[in-house]
Design a protein around this ligand. Structure first.
Ligand SMILES: Nc1nc2c(c(=O)[nH]1)N[C@H]1C(S)=C(S)[C@@H](COP(=O)(O)OP(=O)(O)OC[C@H]3O[C@@H](n4cnc5c(=O)[nH]c(N)nc54)[C@H](O)[C@@H]3O)O[C@H]1N2
Ligand SMILES: Nc1nc2c(c(=O)[nH]1)N[C@H]1C(S)=C(S)[C@@H](COP(=O)(O)OP(=O)(O)OC[C@H]3O[C@@H](n4cnc5c(=O)[nH]c(N)nc54)[C@H](O)[C@@H]3O)O[C@H]1N2
Ligand code: SF4
Ligand SMILES: [Mo]
Length: 742
C-alpha cells in the first residue's frame, strides 16, 4: 500500500519540506510539499533524489569492525564493545585530550549532530576539536562575535523585502543558499527584481546567479575585503553614511573612517582588477536604496582576509543604516533560541584561549583549524592525537592536502567514524557506526532556523520505524556513555536527562528566565514523553522566544503543538532585534574591534602586492553535495563533472586544449579542461569533493567516475589568521599541457 510522509530535506541549508511516497516500508519518491509554510513546494534535484539516497545499496546497513586488518560486518553489540575497548584504552593510557574529534557538514542537518557531539567533546575534555567550519564559515563567526558579542548572531539578507541586494562570493542559484536559509532562493531573487529591486553579483565567475543580476562585477579572487573597504571609503568620502536607527548603538565609526582613508577606489580597483567608477557607483547605489543588503559567503570567507571581509559586509550594512531594518540585513529569531531577556552587556567574544600544539594556531569557538589536524596526529609528544572520532565528515577530500591527512589517519591508534558510507576518510576507521537513512531519522533545524529569512518552526518525526538498529542519537549517546564512565550498555536516555536537569537548574535560577523560581521536577515532568532528543527539543521550544514557558504562556510553542502542524508554523517576517541581542561588554555594536583593525592594516599593506600568475577557485554543482553524493545515478554525469574551467584566451596562451596539468603548492593533478567565457581571465575553477580513486572505499558509482581532488593542489599552509580557516579560493597554480614537464 502506498502512503505518504512529510520530511524536511536534510541535504542543504534551504530546508525544503518534502512529501515522501512510501511503498512497502521504503521511500519510493519525493516531491515538494506545497503546504510547507517555508518552502511552499520548492524542490531541487537533490531533494528529488531522496529515495535513491535513502535506498543506496552502498549505504552501510550494519557496523563495520576492523578484524585482522580488514573492515568486517559486525553486530551492533560487537561494534559498541569495540568502541568501548578502543576509545576506553586510549583515554586510560593517554587521557581524553589525546582524542581528536572531526565534525563534518551534515551535523548541521541532523538532530543527532546538533545535540550530541558537544557532549562527546565535553566527555573527553579534549582541545583537539576540528570541523568543516574552518573550511567554511568560521570567519563569519569571528566577525559576528567581535561586532555583536555573539558568534552566532547571524545577519541574513531580508530577501522578501529588500530593494537592493549585493551578493559577494556566493552562488545561491546552485548552492541553494548558505548562511541564509531560504527555499527557492532563485525565485526570491526573481521576485525581488520584479518588484523593482536590483541585484548585483560580485564573483570572478559568471555564475547562474550572476546571469540573473542587473550588474556583475568579476574581481580577482581574494580581493573582496579590499573591495568592501573601498565601498566604505566612498560612503565616508561622499558623505553617504547614515546610521539611522542604529545611531545610538554603534561604537567605532571614527576608527573605521580613519582606516578606510587608505582604501580609495582609485587604489583598490587595480588590486581587485576592477574599474574605480564601478566601485563608486556601487557604494552610491547601496546608500541610495530604500533598503539594501550586502550578503557574502564562501568566496568572501575562505580567503586570506576572510574575517576582515565578513566583518566589512556588515560594516557596509551598518553604515548605510541597513542592519536590523526590514529589507536590510536582519537577525532571525529561532524557535529554539532562548527567550530574549532585554539588553545587557555581555562578556564579549574571545579567541586564542588555547593554541594548537605544533604550530601554535589559536583556538576559535573551541576548535582548532582543520588544516593543522594532520600535523597534530603526526607529531609525537605530549598531547599528540592517539585516537580519532569522525562524525559526518570526509576531511580527506574536503580539507587541504588530503594525501597527508590520509597517511596521518592511517597511523592513528584507534578511529571510530559515524557515517553511512565507507569512503576516503572512514576507510581508516577501526569501527564504522552507520546511522540509519534519513527516512528513519527525525528532523529539526537546530542550526539553520537561526539563519532563516523568515522565522518558522517545523519538525519531522521519523517517517519509517528503525527496525532493530539504533538511530544516530543513540549511536552518539552511547559513545558519550563510554566517556562518562557509565559504559556503552548504559541507558542512552541518561545522557539527555543530564542535559535537561542541568539546563532547567540553570533556567529556574536565572531571574530573567520565563521559568525563574519554578521547580525543576515540576518542569521535567511536563516534558514530552518521547525519545531523549524529543524531550530536549520540547524543553528548548518551551524555553524559547515563542515557547509556552512551561504553561506560563498557554498559547506558546511546545513539541505537541508543533507536531500538530505537520507543514510547520510560520512565525512571521524577521523583526528588528537590536539592542537586545548585543552581548559586547559595551552593549554596543563594535564597528572597530582591535583584532579587525590590526588585520585591516595587514590588508592595507598587502595592496598592490599580488603575484601575476593563475589562481584557482572552487565551484559547486547543483546535482552534487561536497564529497558524498557522487554515488547516486540520478545525480551523476551530465553537467556535474570534475573539469578545470578556464577562459578560452588563457587556454590559447597556454596552448592547452582538452587536458591540462595543474600544479599547486600541495601537489599536481591531470584534469580535463572545459573552456568557457564565463570566468575571469587568469582564474581557473575546479569543484571540490572529487577524487574517489582511493582503494578500500565502498561507493561503487563514485569510484567509476572518480574525478580529481582539487584540495590536493593546496598544502593548507595559508589560513585566515583570525579564524584559522583554510584559504580555499585564490590558490596560486601553474598550468601546463598534459605530457610536458611542469
Ligand atoms: N576546495 C574546496 N574545499 C572545500 C570547499 C570548497 O568550496 N572548496 N567547501 C568546504 C565546505 S563549505 C564544507 S562544509 C566542507 C565539507 O566537508 P566535510 O563535512 O568533511 O565533507 P562532506 O563531503 O560534506 O562529507 C560529509 C560526510 O557525512 C556523511 N553523512 C551524510 N549524511 C550523514 C548523516 O546523516 N549522518 C552522518 N553521521 N554522516 C552523514 C557522508 O557520508 C560524508 O562522509 O568541504 C569544504 N571543502
Ligand atoms: N548543489 C550544492 N549545493 C550546496 C553544496 C554543494 O556542494 N552542492 N554545498 C553546501 C555547502 S557545505 C555550502 S558551505 C554552501 C556554499 O554556498 P555558496 O557560497 O553560495 O556556494 P559556492 O558555489 O561555494 O559559491 C562561492 C562563489 O564564490 C566565488 N568566488 C571564489 N573566489 C571568490 C573571491 O575571491 N571573491 C568573490 N567575490 N567570489 C569568489 C565562486 O566563483 C563561487 O561562485 O553550499 C551548500 N549547498
Ligand atoms: S534545495 Fe536543498 S533542501 Fe531543498 S530540496 Fe534541494 S537539497 Fe533539499
Ligand atoms: Mo559548507
Amino acid at each position: 500500500m502506498t502512503d505518504t510522509a512529510l520530511r524536511i530535506c536534510p541535504f542543504c541549508e534551504a530546508t525544503c519540506g518534502l512529501t515522501l511516497t512510501i511503498d512497502a516500508g521504503r521511500v519510493v519518491g519525493a516531491r515538494g510539499d506545497h503546504d510547507d509554510v517555508f518552502s511552499a513546494g520548492y524542490i531541487c534535484p537533490k531533494g528529488a533524489s531522496f529515495a535513491e539516497l535513502d535506498n543506496d545499496p552502498d549505504r552501510l546497513r550494519a557496523p563495520l569492525v576492523r578484524r585482522d586488518g580488514a573492515l568486517t560486518e559486525a553486530t551492533w553489540d560487537e561494534a559498541f564493545a569495540a568502541v568501548a575497548a578502543g576509545l576506553g584504552g586510549v583515554v586510560r593510557d593517554h587521557g581524553g585530550g589525546s582524542v581528536g574529534v572531526y565534525l563534518g557538514n551534515p551535523n548541521a542537518h541532523t538532530v543527532a549532530g546538533a545535540l550530541y557531539p558537544p557532549l562527546i567533546i565535553r566527555g573527553l575534555g579534549t582541545h583537539q576539536v576540528y570541523s568543516a567550519s574552518t573550511l567554511d564559515q568560521m570567519p563569519k563567526h569571528v566577525a559576528l562575535g567581535l561586532m555583536f558579542g555573539s558568534p552566532v548572531a547571524f545577519t541574513v539578507p531580508d530577501l522578501d523585502r529588500t530593494d537592493y541586494l549585493v551578493i559577494i562570493g556566493a552562488n545561491p542559484l546552485v548552492s541553494n543558499g548558505s548562511l541564509a536559509t531560504a527555499a527557492d532562493f532563485g525565485g526570491k531573487l526573481r521576485r525581488m527584481r520584479k518588484r523593482g529591486g536590483r541585484l548585483v553579483v560580485i564573483d570572478p565567475a559568471r555564475t547562474r546567479t550572476a546571469e540573473l543580476a542587473d550588474r556583475h562585477l568579476a574581481p580577482r579572487p581574494g580581493t573582496d575585503a579590499a573591495l568592501l573597504f573601498a565601498i566604505v571609503h566612498v560612503l565616508f568620502d561622499e558623505d553617504l553614511v547614515s546610521l539611522g536607527a542604529l545611531a545610538d548603538h554603534v561604537a567605532g565609526v571614527d576608527e573605521v573612517r580613519e582606516l578606510a582613508r587608505d582604501f580609495p577606489p582609485e587604489t583598490v580597483a587595480a588590486h581587485c582588477g576592477l574599474v574605480a567608477d564601478e566601485i563608486r557607483t556601487l557604494a552610491r547605489e547601496i546608500a541610495a536604496a530604500p533598503a539594501a543588503a550586502v550578503y557574502g559567503r564562501m568566496g568572501t570567507s575562505t580567503v586570506e582576509f576572510g574575517t576582515v571581509g565578513s566583518w566589512l559586509v556588515d560594516v557596509v550594512n551598518v553604515l548605510t543604516g541597513n542592519l536590523d531594518r526590514p529589507g536590510g540585513a536582519m537577525f532571525p529569531l529561532s524557535p529554539v533560541a532562548p527567550a530574549p531577556r532585554g539588553p545587557r552587556p555581555g562578556r564579549g567574544f574571545r579567541t586564542g584561549r588555547w593554541h594548537s600544539r605544533v604550530s601554535g594556531r589559536p583556538e576559535v569557538l573551541s576548535e582548532l583549524p582543520v588544516a593543522v589536524l594532520a600535523e597534530e596526529i603526526e607529531t609525537a609528544g605530549e598531547g599528540q592525537i592517539k585516537a580519532m572520532i569522525t562524525v559526518a565528515g570526509n576531511p580527506v577530500l574536503s580539507a587541504p592536502d588530503g594525501d597527508r591527512l590520509d597517511r596521518a589517519l592511517a597511523g592513528v591508534g584507534f578511529m571510530v567514524s559515524v557515517d553511512p558510507y565507507l569512503n576516503e576518510t572512514t576507510r581508516h576507521a577501526d569501527v564504522i557506526l552507520p546511522p540509519p537513512p534519513p527516512s528513519h531519522s527525525p528532523h529539526f533545524d537546530f542550526a539553520l532556523n537561526n539563519l532563516a529569512v523568515r522565522n518558522n518552526a517545523r519538525y519531522s518525526p521519523p517517517a519509517l520505524p528503525l527496525l532493530g538498529r539504533p538511530d544516530e542519537a543513540e549511536i552518539l549517546a552511547r559513545i558519550a556513555l563510554v566517556l562518562y564512565g557509565i559504559g556503552v550498555d548504559g541507558d542512552p536516555r541518561i545522557v539527555d536527562e543530564q542535559v535537561i536537569a542541568a539546563t532547567l537548574a540553570k533556567e529556574t535560577a536565572d531571574v530573567g528566565s520565563p521559568v525563574a523560581g519554578r521547580a525543576v521536577d515540576e518542569l521535567t515532568a511536563m516534558l514530552d514523553d518521547g525519545p531523549g532528543y524529543e524531550r530536549r527539543l520540547d524543553m528548548m521550544l518551551r524555553l524559547g522566544a515563542y515557547g509556552d514557558a512551561f504553561g506560563a504562556r498557554p498559547d506558546g510553542l511546545t513539541l505537541t503543538r508543533l507536531r500538530s502542524a505537520p507543514h510547520g508554523i510560520d512565525l512571521g517576517p524577521l523583526q528588528p532585534r537590536l539592542p537586545d541581542l548585543l552581548r559586547t561588554p559595551s552593549g554596543l555594536i563594535e564597528l572597530a574591534p582591535p583584532q579587525l583593525i590590526a588585520d585591516a592594516a595587514r590588508l592595507r599593506d598587502s595592496l598592490g602586492h599580488r603575484g601575476g600568475g593563475y589562481v584557482l577557485i572552487g565551484r559547486r554543482h547543483l546535482r552534487s553535495n561536497n564529497s558524498w553524493m557522487h554515488n547516486l545515478p540520478a545525480l551523476a554525469g551530465g553537467t556535474n563533472t570534475c573539469t578545470l574551467r578556464m577562459h578560452p584566451d588563457d587556454a590559447a596562451d597556454l596552448g592547452v586544449s582538452d587536458t591540462a596539468v595543474v600544479k599547486g603548492p600541495g601537489g599536481e593533478l591531470v584534469v580535463p579542461v572545459e573552456l568557457t567565457e564565463d570566468i575571469r581571465r587568469g582564474v581557473l575553477s575546479l569543484p571540490h569533493g572529487w577524487g574517489h580513486d582511493r582503494i578500500g572505499t565502498g561507493q561503487t558509482l563514485a569510484a567509476r567516475h572518480p574525478g580529481v581532488n582539487a584540495n590536493q593542489l593546496n598544502d593548507g599552509s595559508v589560513l585566515d589568521p583570525l579564524s584559522g580557516t583554510a584559504v580555499l579560493n585564490g590558490i596560486p597554480v601553474v598550468v601546463t599541457v598534459a605530457g610536458t614537464p611542469a
